[in-house]
Design a protein around this ligand. Structure first.
Ligand SMILES: Nc1ncnc2c1ncn2[C@@H]1O[C@H](COP(=O)(O)OP(=O)(O)O)[C@@H](O)[C@H]1O
Ligand SMILES: [Mg+2]
Length: 354
């Protein structure tokens, strides 16, 4: 039992039928009489195993299939194909039982009752999940303390601030001791201090309670502070699965080394012979930059090739901005910059004779 991953998806697929409509009035009429449908592969044969205690960032551009995956994991949607087991259960077959194992927090939506004091929502959760009274009291006391809920416990959810609401929602999702917590943009719209306290809280859950976390976020800080693993989905397929270091290695292999020169070089051609992308980057000709693949060259090799031709006063190397990388993930540009996928594309083009 314990050797099995908490989440095990094999070839997990969700197709939606989408109505296709030609533009204009004629299109509308035609559509009315003979509806055309097209299958949309929202999630396209993904394999994903998550061990208990992992904290996974699940990232990808809009429409990539993140929410559809989470909905299948929580049992809201039935997969079209493939197998899915979460904590020994098929989620959509055992929705109620699955619900006891999971907590869900959406940054944009609340599970608190709007009109009644926050504490009353918690009490309703206690009754709904039949949480033992002692356990409920322990959890409530701990989360109240860690999340600073006391000051608005008796205020209706509709009257608290966004940051307070998010903290209360976290408590609400966790009172029944779920093994697994799904978070969708948990820090969106919050100020830095609240973000920080929420991240610390979630990380503590992972470390101290062994809660398994899966979250979607646009915020690099969430990923860095909470997650040990990053899974990226694009057009329904997983295109990356690894830690932040692996993401940098795979998608940000480029480094730029900048040289500050004593005098403008006499011959750029002489310097750049045998080097990758090499250019002067200032009008006075005193700055020289070389962009290189760090798996192909060592920075020292580049420096050694440049030094004999010019007098170098100083140099530094640009590290890739992980922030840019995450931005690219959301723009759907990551696969374009990945050398592996370029190689693959070329190979398959060759294979098919294209
Ligand atoms: N209920 C639905 N009916 C038809 N198409 C859907 C439905 N839900 C999602 N889709 C489509 O499936 C794809 C994946 O959507 P979604 O999982 O919401 O992406 P994400 O959460 O990554 O933004 C999108 O192209 C979206 O339009
Ligand atoms: Mg979504």
């Amino acid at each position: 039992m314990s050797s099995m991953p908490l989440i095990e998806a094999r070839g997990l697929t969700k197709k939606f039928r989408q109505a296709v409509k030609e533009p204009g009035l004629v299109g509308s009429l035609k559509h009315f009489f003979t509806r055309q449908y097209r299958d949309k592969m929202a999630v396209d044969h993904i394999d994903l195993s998550v061990e208990a205690g992992e904290s996974v960032a699940y990232l990808g551009p809009n429409g990539a299939g993140k929410s559809t995956t989470i909905k299948m994991l929580t049992g809201i949607l039935v997969p079209t194909e493939g197998s899915l087991i979460v904590d020994g259960l098929v989620p959509y077959e055992k929705r109620q039982q699955n619900a006891r194992n999971i907590g869900v927090v959406f940054g944009q939506r609340t599970t608190l009752w709007w009109d009644i004091p926050v504490i009353e929502s918690f009490n309703l959760a206690r009754d709904m999940y039949e949480i033992p009274v002692k356990r409920y009291k322990q959890n409530l006391a701990e989360f109240t303390e860690l999340l600073g809920l006391a000051e608005f416990m008796n205020v209706p959810a509709g009257k608290v601030s966004l940051g307070q609401r998010m903290r209360a929602d976290l408590c609400m999702a966790l009172l029944h001791d779920p093994k697994m917590l799904y978070l969708d943009e948990p820090t969106i719209g919050l100020d830095i201090a609240v973000k920080d306290s929420i991240r610390k809280f979630i990380r503590r859950l992972v470390d101290e309670r062994g809660t398994t976390v899966m979250l979607t976020t646009h915020d690099l800080g969430d990923i860095e502070d909470i997650c040990n693993r990053i899974v990226i989905i694009d057009s329904g397929r997983i295109i990356h699965d690894g830690d932040l270091g692996a993401l940098k290695d795979n998608y940000a292999r480029d480094r730029v080394i900048h040289f500050q020169l004593a005098r403008p070089p006499e011959s750029m051609a002489a310097i750049c012979a045998g080097l990758p992308a090499c250019e002067t980057t200032s009008d006075d000709g005193l700055r020289l930059s070389v962009r290189f693949d760090r798996f192909q060259y060592a920075a020292g090799e580049i420096a050694a090739a440049v030094m004999p031709h010019v007098e170098v006063i100083d140099f530094h190397i640009d590290e890739p901005e992980v922030e840019d990388l995450i931005r690219k993930v959301y723009l759907g540009q990551l696969s374009l910059t990945a050398p592996e996928s370029t190689a693959e594309a070329t190979e398959s083009a060759v294979a098919t004779g294209a």
